[in-house]
Design a protein around this ligand. Structure first.
Ligand code: SF4
Length: 706
């Protein structure tokens, strides 16, 4: 907290608070202005490079979340049927006691593993994990798995690091290639600002997507690729780069394992072959390979996040990462870097509650991650979309309770009707949430969390080129009868006999405990909102000093991780199935105005974008007798809905597109209720069985006039 000003004559107190935004998971550093207990302004933290005062539209709509009277205001206990929306208000003691009693009964009868907690990755994730470890449950998962599980696995297969342990030096890049990474609409503020600086300095951008997005309109080169064929494009790029020796030979010689195997594998995948598959001219593919190689190593083939999302996604992500390795862009200025932790500066990270000793857990996870059935996804995030299967089949064992911590399985896991069927089998559903999400609407007990402006949170350990720590600070008192999420979990733990693992009574106490031994105190965050372990940027020596964490210490094109688990490093290309002439591939994505499924009811953001529409190619629409603005039924093998059409030539004829996150069902969130269609209603629950991502683009739909 800084700069408190008091106007005694008017009895007004003004203050500025450095904190972290939480309108999405990026956690941009912010400065919040407060006047007489009210938030009057939020801007990007001016002391943080890349922020310099700016916010995205969702960040700017933070006050609109705070002052929204349609958010959860007190604990609720369900009185009607699940999903009926009948609740009664409860006191905190009443609601927590009920959760405690029901959980105790479940634990006694079915054991700790029968409890699953799913959440949006957040600063208090170590508290959630502690909650489960204390009761002997391995069953924690985050939404990360649903977004980028296969990116994570691909990174580990090549470098031994997760994608979260890698960063991109946008500001210094000279050439960036984006596969459906709609960077100017699916926004991280620093990334956008830094990329714009690079483009002002002459960086080139190529954007590849079956749909023309805002990012496409800013690119130097846009390719409307045939949906599902990004992997074919990459194999052709690799083919040209190897055959014309456009790669960084010294870097590859030193750091890459498996170049010869890649060379043997890639020969059939010529640009001419890829032209047939992708619809992109062979000469254009050759031109891109030559152009990019001139900028090496300051090159980014972006590894995330949408692109072609299919059951073989692991190999698409690996091909993207291999292109970077061939350019020598891993641990390079203007390319990728490994995030450096406090240890690089002789410092210590903030403590986590998970460091404590817990009872041994010897049962597999509900999703079987880490077992021979599903060996490779990251157990730190799990594979959330396996939850309905695990519940309905009691495979690997009965699951009886689910805690949804600001994560909505009904709108996030493909095949919503299957998810609901599974939820109906549970003895207890608890929702810790800010809004009337669909899962809160479905839950037995709803525990309302304070917004990010009303609470202090756990420390953010921000590893990167310069290791730092950030802190989310309470700016104003809670407006309603809400509590901090970490305290809610502690108060449940107190009721089920595991309170000893939560040695704090307030968030300030927890933060002070986390900072013990780091050499920093809470007050150190007052001046700028963060503390830094050192002053200079750390890049390892590219000739000798890159610390890859693979068994070979190299970038493993030939991957020991994959091969020891029984998977090939270089499987032959298999085209993904093509939709029949009466069907379309359903593709989903984002807009700058909304975050996943959580902001559609925000008063400001809803006013700007209140429902999704179905993008369809103009000619295909005409063949079906559909005009722009017509209502249509869109249907898949698992669900259907009614939606308005946007007929346009800005989308490939084989595909239709809709924004993710619309079609809410909670009546009390009246602005977003029943506006548009939820993609989760339509998508089949299919998974990349190696990488762990859901195959979000493997569903075909019909479109029918109504
Ligand atoms: S990208 Fe926008 S919504 Fe997300 S944390 Fe940053 S300002 Fe907030």
């Amino acid at each position: 907290m800084v700069d408190v000003k008091i106007d005694y004559r008017r009895n007004i107190m003004e203050k500025e608070v450095y904190s972290l935004c939480f309108m999405c998971s990026i956690r941009c550093p912010i400065k919040v202005q407060v006047k007489d207990g009210q938030v009057t302004w939020i801007e990007g933290n001016p002391h943080v490079a890349g922020m310099e005062g700016s916010l995205c539209p969702r960040g700017a709509a933070g006050p609109s979340l705070l002052y929204d009277d349609q958010r959860l205001q007190s604990p609720l206990i369900r009185t009607g049927k699940r999903g009926e929306g009948k609740f009664r208000k409860a006191t905190w003691d009443e609601a927590l006691d009920m959760v405690g009693e029901k959980l105790t009964a479940v634990l006694k009868e079915h054991g700790g593993q029968s409890v699953v907690l799913g959440e949006r990755t957040q600063l208090a994730t170590h508290v959630s994990k502690t909650f489960l470890k204390a009761i002997g449950s391995p069953n924690h998962f985050t939404h990360d798995a649903l977004c980028k599980g296969s990116v994570n696995t691909a990174c580990r297969s090549l470098f031994g690091y997760t994608d979260g342990q890698m960063g991109i030096d946008y500001k210094n890049t000279k050439n960036i290639i984006l596969y459906g990474r709609n960077i100017f609409e699916s926004i991280s503020v620093k990334e956008v600002n830094n990329l714009m600086v690079a483009m002002e300095h002459g960086a080139k951008m190529t954007y590849i997507d079956p749909r023309v997005t805002v990012t496409a309109t800013k690119a130097h080169r846009y390719w409307m690729i045939r949906p599902g064929t990004d992997l074919a494009l990459n194999y052709a790029l690799i083919n040209v780069i190897l055959n014309e020796r456009l790669y960084d030979a010294a870097y590859v010689e030193k750091w890459v394992l498996g170049l010869r195997e890649l060379q043997d594998f890639i020969n059939p995948y010529t640009p001419e072959w890829a032209e047939q598959e992708t619809g992109i001219a062979a000469e254009a593919i050759i031109e891109l390979a030559r152009e990019v190689s001139k900028s090496k190593p300051s090159v980014v083939f972006h590894f995330g996040y949408r692109g072609a999302s299919h059951q073989n996604e692991i190999y698409l992500r690996r091909s993207i990462l291999m292109l970077n390795a061939l350019m020598g862009s891993i641990e390079s200025k203007g390319g990728f870097f490994f995030k450096k932790g406090p240890g690089e500066e002789g410092g210590k990270p903030a403590r986590k509650l998970t460091e404590q000793k817990f009872p041994k857990i010897d049962v597999p996870r509900f999703d079987k991650v880490g077992t021979p059935d599903f060996p490779l996804p990251d157990p730190n995030h799990g594979v959330g979309q396996m939850l309905p299967h695990a519940i309905l089949n009691q495979d690997p064992y009965p699951i009886k309770a689910f805690i949804a911590y600001r994560f909505d399985p009904i709108m996030s896991i493909p095949d919503a009707s299957l998810t609901k069927k599974a939820l109906d089998e549970l003895d207890l559903i608890v929702a810790i949430d800010i809004n009337y999400s669909d899962i809160a609407w479905y839950a037995d007990v709803v525990l309302p969390e304070s917004t990010y402006l009303e609470r202090t949170d756990c420390i953010q350990q921000a590893n990167g080129l310069k290791p730092q720590m950030f802190l989310r600070r309470q700016a104003v008192a809670p407006r309603y009868d809400t509590r901090d999420g970490a305290l809610i979990l502690k108060q449940i733990a107190d009721r089920i006999g595991t309170g000893k693992y939560f040695p704090f009574e307030s968030m300030d106490e927890l933060v002070a405990w986390q900072l013990e031994g780091t050499g920093f105190k809470i007050e150190d965050f007052d001046t700028k909102g963060f503390v830094a372990y050192g002053q200079k940027q750390i890049l390892w020596n590219r000739t000798e000093g890159i610390k890859f964490k693979t068994p070979s210490g190299k970038i493993e094109f030939k991957s020991s991780l994959l091969e020891e688990a029984g998977f090939e490093s270089f499987p032959a290309y298999q085209p993904v199935a093509k939709p029949n002439s009466d069907r379309f591939r359903l593709v989903v994505g984002r807009i700058a105005l909304h975050t996943h499924v959580s902001t559609q009811n925000n008063p400001y953001l809803n006013e700007l974008c209140s429902e999704n529409v179905l993008w369809i190619n103009k000619n295909r629409a005409a063949e079906l007798g559909i005009d722009n603005g017509d209502p249509v039924e869109v249907a898949s093998s698992v669900g259907k809905g009614q939606i308005t059409v946007k007929a346009t030539d800005m989308i490939h004829p084989e595909t239709v597109f809709m924004l993710h996150g619309f079609g809410h069902e909670a009546d009390n969130a009246s602005r977003s209720c029943r506006k548009g269609v939820s993609d989760a209603v339509l998508q089949e629950n299919l998974t990349d069985q190696i990488g762990g991502s859901p195959a979000l683009h493997d569903t075909f739909v019909t479109v029918t006039p109504v």
